[in-house]
Write a protein that binds this ligand. Structure first.
Ligand SMILES: O=C(O)[C@H](O)COP(=O)(O)O
Length: 228
């Protein structure tokens, strides 16, 4: 029996400011730091101690991982950072205020951009101040111009299969600190959620989700660790 822990990063500056973030690299707020520490304390309290960690290339997820691991005494475990766990790329919406965008384009259009399965937001304009294609952390990676959840799944799942699942199969207790939509991609797969129903799934910040895998590597029920 092995265990997978999923943690969405704590509140970020742009979560607080209600701005579309995607791949833009914003830091945690004070509340986000407290959420990450509380997540690690909960891991310690429940005795669910990670032995291997994965995170994205984005500061808010990396810091959440480190704060949580420190709080449960596991800062020393091996960790891997990979862009495939990044947030879904928000394209031309990156940096915009979510409420102002809804006032301009309508709630329904913004809901489609935020939660539809396969409608991506408009492309990011070349030369946008939020264009990260020249960022050294993405050297050699074709930085997307936008991503739907479907496109996000197309890069998260191969990484899940090739890098994360083998660690679970080897009996490790794996923690993945990532983002609202890269985790929705994983949860959709693990809990076998339909393309329609995934539109209603929200992942809260800093709240560890746990799956237990049986010997055939079939995941059990999705549970919030606080409820176990
Ligand atoms: O990238 C963002 O703006 C958020 O982290 C997730 O946004 P969403 O709730 O609109 O998917």
């Amino acid at each position: 029996m092995s265990t997978l822990i999923l943690i969405r990063h704590g509140q970020s500056r742009w979560n607080l400011e209600n701005r579309f973030t995607g791949w833009w690299d914003v830091d945690l707020t004070e509340k986000g730091v407290a959420e990450a520490i509380a997540a690690g304390e909960l891991l310690a309290e429940k005795g669910v101690l990670p032995t291997v960690a994965f995170t994205s290339l984005q500061t808010r997820a990396i810091k959440t991982l480190h704060l949580a691991l420190e709080a449960c005494g596991r800062l020393w475990i091996p960790e891997t950072k990979d862009w495939r766990l990044n947030e879904r790329h928000y394209g031309g919406l990156t940096g915009l205020d979510k409420a102002e965008t809804a006032a301009r384009h309508g709630d329904e259009q913004v809901h489609i951009w935020r939660r539809s399965f396969d409608v991506p937001p408009p492309d990011m304009e070349p030369g946008s101040e939020f264009d990260l294609s020249a960022d050294p952390r993405y050297a050699g990676i074709a930085v997307p111009r936008t991503e739907s959840l479907k496109l996000t799944i197309e890069r998260v799942l191969p990484y899940w299969e090739s890098a994360i699942l083998p660690q679970l199969a080897a009996g490790e207790t794996v923690v993945v600190a990532a983002h609202g939509n890269s985790l929705r991609a994983l949860v959709k797969h693990l809990s076998d959620i339909s393309d329609e129903d995934i539109t209603g799934l929200e992942i809260p910040t800093g709240q560890p989700i746990v799956y237990r895998f049986d010997d055939a590597m079939t995941p059990g029920e999705r549970r919030y660790l606080k409820d176990t």
